[in-house]
Design a protein around this ligand. Structure first.
Ligand SMILES: CC(C)(COP(=O)(O)OP(=O)(O)OC[C@H]1O[C@@H](n2cnc3c(N)ncnc32)[C@H](O)[C@@H]1OP(=O)(O)O)[C@@H](O)C(=O)NCCC(=O)NCCS
Length: 167
């Protein structure tokens, strides 16, 4: 995967208008709002760019967040101090262009989000994701995420799992 795609911050050189993942709201976010969110520092956006064509094959957004400690599964928090909340990085949106789906790119973007979060100079305990529907939640569960806070579309995954896989 990595040889064919570059994983990099969304920038002015990327064509955002031809991206089509099958979910109009995600396509129009990339085409319209992603750049403004980056400028306003409310969300970062990273893309997988096909090396040969320069095409944007996938993207995800990443932002700092925090969650109440008592919302998280006890299996994740049993060794943590009893602070009221823990710092996390939120993958608010993640999508792969239909032409590139089913090639493990979605999993690679999740791993990239974990690596960037772990590299952050501000502490990040875990990744959380917002799934748009049950199908998306199944994708995240497949990658080891589990629902938390009583919302089946909000899931958490420890960074370690992805960092080990990324080497
Ligand atoms: C969901 C999506 C991100 C998956 O990306 P992808 O690159 O096609 O998926 P991958 O090739 O990385 O899949 C990797 C693994 O996840 C599994 N998987 C993929 N989609 C799945 C789903 N909906 N439910 C359960 N497992 C799923 C694959 O079977 C594969 O399993 P394997 O590693 O055991 O072979 C992509 O299809 C997409 O962008 N869909 C439209 C937008 C969307 O739903 N975004 C979700 C976040 S809101």
């Amino acid at each position: 995967m990595t040889a064919r795609f570059r994983l990099e911050p969304l920038g002015p050189g990327h064509d955002r208008n031809t991206f089509s993942c099958g979910v109009a709201a995600l396509d129009s976010y990339l085409a319209g709002l992603a750049g403004q969110d980056i400028k306003r520092r409310v969300s970062a956006c990273y893309v997988a760019c096909e090396v040969t064509s320069g095409k944007v094959a996938g993207f995800y957004t990443l932002a700092a967040s925090s969650v109440p400690l008592h919302d998280l599964p006890p299996s994740l928090t049993k060794r943590l101090p009893r602070y009221p909340s823990v710092p996390v990085a939120r993958v608010g949106r993640l999508a792969i262009d239909m032409a590139f789906q089913g090639r493990k790119l979605g999993g690679a973007l999740l791993a990239d989000a974990a690596v960037r979060s772990a590299r952050s100079e501000a502490a990040v305990f875990a990744l959380i994701v917002d799934a748009k529907d049950e199908g998306a939640a199944a994708f995240y569960r497949h990658h080891g995420f589990e629902p938390f806070g009583g919302n089946p579309l909000q899931l958490v995954g420890p960074l370690q799992r992805f960092l080990q896989a990324a080497g």
